[in-house]
Write a protein that binds this ligand. Structure first.
Ligand SMILES: C[S@@+](CC[C@H](N)C(=O)[O-])C[C@H]1O[C@@H](n2cnc3c(N)ncnc32)[C@H](O)[C@@H]1O
Length: 408
C-alpha cells in the first residue's frame, strides 16, 4: 500500500467501502471484488479494502472485536503485540510513574493503543510512512495519542525524553528487510545486532529514560540481559511470546522473571522465588504422587526452581521444567498430573503394559527423551477401549516412562 492509497482508504469513499464489506470469506472475495468493480469502484481501492478485510479477520485472534475498526499491514499485524499483553505493558509503565510514553518504532500501534487506553500520553513514531499512518489511524479515538512518520533515532534524542514522567517503549523490528522466508514474509532475525532500531540505540535510550521497556525475542540469552534490568519472559496461553527488558523505575525486581498470561489471569514469578533452591535428585522408584509441568515462560526464564520450592519437590532432570512431588498443590502457572506408574523406558515392557491395560487410545508426551512418538505409537500396537497418557522423559540421565492422569 502506498501513502496515497492509505489516505484514500481512510477518507470518504474508501472508509465507506471498507465499512460496507461483509465479514471476510476467502471463497467469496473474488466474486465480491468483481461486483464492486462493476459498481464502479477504483480497482486499487477495492484491492486495498479487501486486503484490510482479510487482515482484520486474521487480527481478531490478537485484538478480538477491536480488530474490526483497526487497519493493518501484513508485517505490522505479524509483529503486533496482542491486546492482553499490551495492556500489561501499559499498566506496568503507568504503575512505574509514567504519564507519557515515547513509542519509538510503533508498528501498527498495538502497544501504543494500550498505552493510550491506560490514560498515558503517547508520542509514537515509525520509520515506515504507511505503517506510521496506519498507527495514527488506530490511535484516532484518543486525543492524547498520535503517530508520525519519523525515525526513532531523531524522535528519541535525549533532550526530548528528559521529562521525569516520560517513559520509553521500544519494540525493535526483528525482521530483515529484503530477506524473505518461504511464505514470502520478511524473515525474522533473533540476533541483537540485526534489530531496527539498533540494539546499541535501544540500550542507550532505555538506560537514559526515567522508565523504559524494550521488547525482544523470547530467545534472548540470559547472558545478554543487561545488568540492573529486569528481564521478563511472557507466555500467552502457554506459548512464550516475548522477553521484555524493563529499565529504571519500570525494573521492579532486578534479574529474571516470568509472566504467565491467559484471558483469565496474569501471574508473575520472580528470580528470588527460585533463588538458592536445591533441584534435588529424582528417583524412578520414588515418583508417587504428582508431576508438575512448568509453564514455558518459567522454563525460558530459568525459574523451574520456583516450582520445586512451591511444591516442595524434585526436578526430573535439569532443564526439563518437570517437577515431581508427593504433595497436591495448586500452582496456576504449571500443569499438574497424578503419576500412576513409572518405569525405565523399555519397548517390550511398555508394550506389555499397553496390552494388559487394553489401551486403544494413547496420548504420548515427550520431554527430554530421544524416542520418536510416532514410531513408538506404531510399535506399541494399540488395541482396546482403554485410554492413557504417557510421558517419555529423562530421570537422572536415563530414559523413563511415566503414566499420567491430568489432575485438577
Ligand atoms: C515490531 S514492530 C513494532 C510493533 C508494535 N509494538 C505493535 O505492537 O504494534 C517494529 C517497528 O519498528 C519500525 N522501525 C524499524 N527501525 C526504525 C527506526 N530506526 N525508527 C523508527 N521505527 C523503526 C519498523 O518499521 C516496525 O514497524
Amino acid at each position: 500500500m502506498t501513502p496515497a492509497l492509505l489516505a484514500k482508504l481512510i477518507s470518504g469513499e474508501g472508509a465507506a467501502l471498507l465499512a460496507s464489506l461483509p465479514p471476510y470469506d476467502e471463497a467469496e472475495a473474488f466474486v465480491l471484488g468483481d461486483r464492486l468493480r462493476m459498481e464502479g469502484f477504483d480497482p486499487e481501492l477495492i484491492a486495498a479494502a479487501l486486503t484490510q478485510s482479510r487482515l482484520r479477520s486474521r487480527a481478531e485472534r490478537k485484538f478480538g472485536r477491536a480488530a474490526r475498526e483497526m487497519l493493518f499491514t501484513p508485517d505490522g499485524l505479524e509483529q503486533a503485540t496482542r491486546q492482553q499483553v499490551a495492556r500489561l505493558h501499559a499498566r506496568r509503565l503507568a504503575d512505574s510513574g509514567a504519564r507519557q510514553v515515547h513509542d519509538l518504532g510503533c508498528g501498527i500501534g498495538a502497544d501504543a493503543r494500550a498505552f493510550a487506553a491506560e490514560g498515558l500520553r503517547v508520542t509514537a513514531v515509525d520509520a515506515d510512512e504507511v505503517t506510521a499512518g496506519v498507527a495514527d489511524h488506530n490511535l484516532r479515538h484518543w486525543d492524547h495519542a498520535s503517530a508520525q512518520h519519523d525515525f526513532a533515532e531523531r524522535a528519541g534524542a535525549p533532550d526530548r525524553l528528559s521529562a521525569p514522567d516520560a517513559a520509553v517503549w521500544l519494540d525493535p523490528a526483528r525482521r530483515t528487510p529484503g530477506v524473505s522466508d518461504i511464505n514470502g514474509r520478511t524473515r525474522r532475525t533473533f540476533r541483537l545486532d540485526q534489530l531496527a532500531p539498533s540494539w546499541d540505540f535501544a540500550l542507550e535510550t532505555a538506560a537514559g529514560a526515567a522508565a523504559a521497556g524494550v521488547k525482544l525475542s523470547p530467545s534472548l540469552a540470559h547472558t545478554d540481559v543487561p545488568l540492573g534490568t529486569q528481564a521478563q519472559w511472557t507466555s500467552y496461553d502457554g506459548e512464550v511470546v516475548e522477553c521484555v527488558l524493563w529499565w529504571n523505575a519500570a525494573a521492579w525486581d532486578r534479574g529474571r522473571s516470568a509472566l504467565v498470561v491467559s484471558d483469565q489471569f496474569a501471574y508473575e514469578v520472580l528470580e528470588r522465588d527460585a533463588a538458592d533452591t536445591d533441584p534435588g535428585t529424582a528417583r524412578l522408584d520414588r515418583l508417587q504422587g504428582y508431576l508438575y509441568e512448568a509453564d514455558r515462560a518459567i522454563i525460558r526464564a530459568g525459574l523451574t526452581g520456583a516450582l520445586v520450592r512451591r511444591v516442595d519437590g524434585v526436578e526430573l532432570d535439569a532443564g526439563l521444567g518437570m517437577v515431581s512431588s508427593p504433595r497436591d498443590v495448586l500452582v496456576p502457572w504449571a500443569k499438574k498430573y497424578a503419576v500412576t506408574e513409572a518405569m525405565p523406558f523399555n519397548l517390550k515392557a511398555l508394550r506389555s503394559w499397553i496390552r494388559d491395560h487394553r489401551i486403544g487410545r494413547l496420548t504420548i508426551k515427550k520431554k527430554g527423551a530421544s524416542t520418536d512418538p510416532d514410531t513408538l505409537r506404531r510399535q506399541l500396537r494399540l488395541k482396546g477401549d482403554g485410554e492413557a497418557t504417557i510421558l517419555l522423559t529423562r530421570i537422572g540421565g536415563a530414559q523413563a516412562v511415566l503414566m499420567l492422569v491430568p489432575a485438577p
